[in-house]
Design a protein. Structure first.
Lengths: 424, 424
C-alpha cells in the first residue's frame, strides 16, 4: 500500500464514481504490442520464448510499479496482488495471458492482463482500499502453439493435469516446457494451485461477431460451450485418376467431403447454439492424378448443453456410417478431446451484470465459444468473464482489432465487478 | 544381322507360328526390378538418378546382346534398332520407359521396353529377317516426378516442346535436367526427333480395372482420353471455430467439399467415358479450431471426346459459380493443362486386333485413361497400344502386379503387330 492510497482511503471517494483511464490502458496495450510486433500490425510472441520473457518483464514491472507484490509459481504463472484490509482473505483475481498465436493480434489475452493492471492503477489513483486483496494473474501458455496443451498454466493451477505433466511437454525442437520456462527466468517457487481465490473475472475480446453485429458494448459471459474434438480418418484405395472408371473407385476424399457437409448440417440442426467445424484436412497421396486413398480430417463440435453435445456426437457417428457404406469406404471416428460445457458462477455473472447496469452500457448475455483460462479457473473458484467486441469478429490473426472505447468500457465493468466482490 | 538369322532367314519358318519366351520375359522384368527395389516389392528408380543409369545400362546391354545397334539422342532417349532387309525404311518402333514413380511397381513402363526386347530376342531365335527395321525405344522421364514435364523424352521427340526447354527444367535441388542427364552419361548426340518411324506400338499394363473385371487378356487401345487439369481456389475468411456462429461463416472448405461432389456428379453425367477427380487439396490455415479461409484443390477431367470435355468444362464453371454464390465465397477456377483426346491410327489398331485374333486371345477395345509416351508419338507417327490386365487395376504403387501369362500374351500381340507392319 503506498502513501497516496493510505491518504485517500480515509477520504469520501464513492467507489461507484471511479473510472479507469482508457487512454492509459490503450497506451499500455500499444506498448506491449511492440514486443514481437509483426509488419502487418499483429504480434508474434510465442509462449516461453525470449519475446515472451520481454513481454512478461514489461508487464510485471508495471504491476510492481502499481504497488502489487508479485510471485511466480512452478508453472510460470505470475500473481500480482494488491493488499486489502483483510490480507488473509482470498484474492479477488483477474487476468489472462500475454503469449500470442504465431500470427496473433494485440488484444487476445493481453487485454485481460492489462485491464487488470488498469484496475490496480485506478484503485491507486482513487485511493480505494478494498476489504479483500485484488490481484492480476498472467497465465502461462494459453495459446498452446509452441507447447500443448493449451491453457497450460491455468490447467495446472486448476489441477486438470499435474505440473510434472506440463513441464515434460516438448516443442518440435525437443525442448521441454520446463527447460524453456527455466531459460526465460519464470520457473517460480510458489506451489502451483495454492493461491486462495475468492473469485475470478477475465476480460477478453469476444473473438466472434455477435456483439459487433448487435451493436452491444459488453457481453456478460454466462459460461463456455462444451467441446468435443475428433479425428476422422477415411480409407479407400489409391488409384490412377485416368484409367479408373467412376464406379470402380474408392475415393476417400468423397467421404471426407460429404462429411464436411454433414458436420455443417448437424450444427445447423442444433442452431443457434450448436457449432461444428472441419478445420484440418490431410489428403494422401495428395497428387493431382491419383484418386485419394486416405483422408484425415478434424471435427470440432461445440454446444452450451452437454446433452445436446451428446446428441451431436451420435449424429456424427450415424452420418459417418451412412457415408462410408454408400461410398464403400472405411471410416474411423475417434474422439480426442472433451471439454464439458462450463456454467459460470451466478453471483459472479450477476456482479458483471450489475456493473454493466450501473455504468449504463448496452450488453447481452453470451456464451463463450472459445475456451479461456477462465474455463479452468471456473472449476476451482467462482468465475465469470466480460467480453468486448472485436472488429469483424476476427482474432488469431494479425488484423485483430478492437475499439479503445469498448476496451475502456470492459475495463470499467471489470473494475466494478471486482470492487463489488472485494468490498470497500 | 547375325549368323543365326542369316541361316534361318532362308528356311521355311512361318512367322505366324513364332511365339515369345514368356519365362525369359518374366526373368528380365524381375532382374530389372532389382535395381531400385523397395522393401514392399516395388521399385523406386527416379528419372536421371544413378539407379536410372543402372537400369538403362542393364537394358541397353541386353538390347546390344540381341544384336541391335543403339543410339542416344539429346534428350537421353535410347533407340535400339534391329536391321531389316530394307535398312533405309522407317523403323517399326516399340518402347516405353524404365523410370518409375517414387513408390512405383515393376511393370509400369518397364514392361513395354522389355516386351520390345523380347520381340527382338524372339525374332533372333526364329531367324526372322523383317523387311523394315524394327526397334525398341527407352523414352526419358515418362513419370515426371523428379522433373516436369511428364513424358519429357517422347514430348521432345514429338516436338511438343523444345529440347532446350526440356534440358532447362530443374528438380527441387536446383539440378537441371541437362546436368542430370549428362551426369548419368545419357546425353547423346543424335538429333532429337529425327528418327524416321514407320509405326509405333507400345505394350503397357492397363493401370485400371476393366480388363481384369471383364476377364479379357488384351486391351486393343484405340486412343487416349482428352484431359483438362485445373487449379480451383476457394477463398473465404479465417475465423475462430468456437465463437463464430454458423450463419456468420465464410468457410472455404465447405466450397471445396461441395465442389468435390460436383466434380464427381459431372463425371457421372458423362458416364461411362467421362472421368473427373480431385486428387489434391490444401487447406489454410489447416488448424483444428480455425474455420478455413482458403482451400486450393486440383481438378482432373477426362473424356475420349473433345466436345464432351468442353461440356464438362462448362459444367464445372457453372457448378463453381453456384457454390460460391450460395456459400458467399470467392472461387477461382483456372485451367492449367490441356491434352486433346488422342485417336490412334486405324491401321495400327487393326494390326493389334488382327494379332489378337490370330493368337485366339480374349480382348476388348479400350481407351487409355492415362497419358503414355504413345500419346505424343501418335502426333508424329501411326500409333497404337496393347494393354494387359494388372491386379486390381492398381499401379503407381509398390503392390502393382501382373500375371506372367498376360505379360507373355501381350508380348506375342506386340510381336505379331510389329511383324505385320515390318513385313517378312
Amino acid at each position: 500500500m503506498n502513501a497516496t492510497s493510505q491518504t485517500l482511503a480515509s477520504s469520501n471517494v464513492t467507489p461507484t464514481s471511479i473510472r479507469v483511464d482508457g487512454a492509459r490502458l490503450w497506451q499500455s496495450l500499444m506498448d506491449l504490442a511492440q514486443i514481437g510486433a509483426t509488419p502487418k500490425g499483429g504480434v508474434r510472441r510465442l509462449a516461453l520464448t525470449d519475446l515472451d520473457r520481454q513481454g512478461r518483464d514489461l508487464v510485471v514491472g508495471w504491476l510492481r510499479d502499481a504497488g502489487a507484490s508479485t510471485e511466480i509459481d512452478g508453472a510460470g504463472n505470475v500473481f500480482a496482488v494488491r493488499r486489502g484490509r483483510d490480507d488473509a482473505a482470498p484474492v479477488v483475481l483477474t487476468g489472462s495471458h500475454v503469449d500470442t498465436q504465431p500470427s496473433g493480434g494485440k488484444f487476445d489475452g493481453n487485454y485481460g492482463v492489462l485491464a487488470g493492471l488498469e484496475v490496480l492503477r485506478t484503485l491507486n489513483d482513487a485511493g480505494v482500499v478494498t476489504t479483500k486483496p485484488v490481484g492480476v494473474a498472467i497465465w502461462t501458455n494459453e495459446e498452446g502453439t509452441r507447447f500443448i496443451p493449451t491453457m497450460g498454466g491455468s490447467g495446472a493451477f486448476a489441477r486438470v493435469f499435474t505440473l510434472d505433466y506440463l513441464l515434460a511437454q516438448r516443442d518440435i525442437d525437443g525442448i521441454s516446457f520446463g527447460e524453456a520456462l527455466h531459460s526465460i527466468g519464470y520457473a517460480g517457487s510458489t506451489p502451483v494451485g495454492e493461491l486462495a481465490v475468492d473469485a475470478y473475472f477475465e476480460a477478453h475480446i469476444e473473438q466472434g461477431p455477435i456483439l459487433e453485429r448487435e451493436d452491444r458494448v459488453i457481453g456478460v459471459v454466462t459460461g463456455a460451450l462444451g467441446q468435443r474434438w475428433y479425428d476422422c480418418i477415411w480409407t479407400g484405395q489409391d488409384a490412377h485418376a485416368g484409367p479408373t472408371p467412376m464406379e470402380a473407385r474408392h475415393d476417400a476424399l468423397r467421404g471426407a467431403s460429404r462429411m464436411v457437409e454433414a458436420v455443417n448440417a448437424i450444427a445447423l440442426r442444433h442452431a443457434p447454439d450448436g457449432r461444428a467445424t472441419v478445420g484440418f484436412m490431410q489428403v494422401k497421396p495428395n497428387s493431382r492424378n491419383v484418386i485419394p486413398g486416405q483422408v484425415t480430417m478434424s471435427i470440432d463440435v461445440r454446444h452450451p448443453d452437454d446433452e445436446a453435445l451428446a446428441r451431436m456426437d451420435r449424429e456424427l457417428r450415424e452420418a459417418s456410417s451412412v457415408i462410408a457404406r454408400e461410398l464403400r469406404l472405411e471410416c474411423e471416428l475417434r474422439q480426442v478431446v472433451e471439454f464439458p460445457a462450463s456454467h459460470f458462477n451466478v453471483d459472479c455473472v450477476n456482479s458483471v451484470q450489475s456493473a454493466v447496469e450501473m455504468l449504463g452500457l448496452s450488453s447481452r448475455k453470451i456464451v463463450s465459444g472459445a475456451a479461456h483460462d477462465a474455463v479452468y479457473l471456473s472449476r476451482v473458484a467462482p468465475t465469470s468473464m466480460i467480453f468486448v467486441p472485436c472488429k469483424d469478429g476476427i482474432s488469431h490473426n494479425e488484423i485483430e482489432d478492437a475499439r479503445p472505447e469498448h476496451l475502456e468500457a470492459g475495463a470499467n465493468v471489470l473494475l466494478h465487478a471486482m470492487l463489488a466482490r472485494a468490498g470497500v
